[in-house]
Design a protein around this ligand. Structure first.
Ligand SMILES: Cc1ncc(COP(=O)(O)O)c(C=O)c1O
Length: 397
């Protein structure tokens, strides 16, 4: 039987396939219940444990667990003293929070277009965007595939800039033998509900810079010189000092309870996703209207998303119409991303306009993210393949 015959005979899926539900096991549930019963639910021993295990996993000296990656990116900018008059370079092909935090800090976001092959920021464009006001670069490892960190690191060193990696998609990603989280001065992870390691909501900064790690910790909790755990732990002194007006970004133990077990399963998660990606490739690679995501040439792909590109020149439907047709086959899908510079706020307040970042715009019109999550069965993957094949064959030019 040819691939086409195999999938064309497959009946339509009966129930809607979700896009990306979390994979929560009994260990996570037991650990959360243990926190709830322990009398200590906010930042405490489980957060400390999660931080230690995260630092050890990525190979960083320090990890600071927080309530989101957005908080982490913002804190890095604040800890570096970045503010009005400064510029920070990042990509337009990201979630809005990567750019929002630069505005929150009072600095100017400068965008550098991405590359077509991996959707990641183009080091040549970064080089063109650097000015005397540039202070930092925030590369985003799209879908879990590492940016070209050697070139970005070299540019940063040459111009005395700090690299803050947005690794929201990239837990477990490796680049030239090193884990993401151990490469640049700061790396920020997200543990939002859809991420490969989730705490419901959550994030973390990893760094090798001990003085900065301490500043970030103080800044993350009101500017206090001791957090609650360090004040209320047996034998500790209750009084504290405020060193600066800080923020309220700490992670709770209830979240860390999830994170500890999610992190311990991350290698298994990556193996499962590798198998799903291989099944997608086997079932979709002969479709001329599709380009599938490639493995990373420089190390392990973190496999957070499965983004395919539609060849619109070979189709009679747009990407949005293709998504609707998939929905009719009971398959959810998503878009990563609508480019940040085309959202109203950025157009109206920062002067961005269509055409500014042509590669990001080109990708954004064509990209379709297929369902991709640990608990997908082979049947689920085959349902997606059959639906995608049907939509592509029924709508090609
Ligand atoms: C690339 C990227 N950066 C930053 C964030 C923000 O993460 P969080 O929701 O943990 O603040 C996300 C979240 O989806 C993201 O995808």
């Amino acid at each position: 039987m040819t691939t086409d015959e195999k999938y064309l005979k497959r009946p339509k899926r009966q129930t809607m396939l979700s896009f990306c539900p979390p994979d929560i096991g009994q260990e996570e549930i037991d650990e959360v219940v243990d926190s709830l019963r322990s009398g200590w639910i906010t930042t405490g021993p489980k957060t400390v444990k999660f931080e230690q295990e995260l630092a050890a996993y990525v190979g960083a000296k320090h990890a600071l667990a927080l309530n989101s990656a957005t908080a982490g990116l913002f804190l890095c900018l604040k800890a570096l003293g970045i503010g009005p008059g400064d510029e920070v370079i990042t990509t337009p092909y990201t979630f809005a929070s990567t750019v929002n935090v630069i505005l929150h800090a009072g600095a100017r976001p400068v965008l550098a277009d991405v590359k077509k092959d991996d959707f990641n920021i183009d080091p040549d464009r970064i080089a063109q965007a650097i000015t005397s006001k540039t202070r930092a670069i925030i590369p985003v490892h799209y879908a879990g595939r590492s940016c070209d960190m050697d070139r970005i690191g070299a540019l940063a060193q040459k111009h005395n800039l700090t690299v803050i990696e947005d690794a929201a998609h990239a837990i477990g990603t490796e680049y030239r033998g090193k884990k993401t989280g151990s490469i640049s001065r700061f790396t920020v992870f997200s543990f939002h509900a859809v991420k490969n390691v989730t705490t419901g909501e959550g994030g973390a900064i990893t760094t090798g810079d001990t003085a900065m790690a301490e500043s970030l910790r103080v800044l993350s909790l009101h500017g206090m010189n001791k957090d609650a755990w360090r004040r209320y732990a047996p034998g500790a002194k209750v009084k504290y000092d405020i060193l600066q007006p800080g923020y309220k970004y700490n992670m709770m133990d209830i979240q860390a309870a999830l994170g500890i077990h999610q992190l311990r399963k991350v290698e298994r998660t990556l193996e499962k996703r590798k198998a799903i990606a291989a099944r997608y490739r086997a079932g979709l690679s002969d479709i001329p209207e599709l380009t599938l995501p490639e493995d990373a040439p420089d190390g392990r792909h973190g496999r957070h998303l499965y983004p395919v590109l539609l060849d619109l020149e070979k189709l009679t439907v747009s990407r949005d119409q293709a998504m609707e047709l998939l929905q009719r086959e009971n398959i959810s899908s998503n878009i990563h991303y609508q480019p940040v510079h085309l959202f109203s706020y950025y157009r109206e307040n920062l002067g961005f306009k269509p055409g500014d970042f042509p590669v990001a715009e080109w990708l954004s019109e064509r990209e379709l993210t297929l369902p991709f999550y640990n608990r997908m069965t082979e049947e689920d993957v085959d349902d997606v393949i059959a639906a995608v094949r049907k939509v592509m064959t029924e709508n090609h030019t």
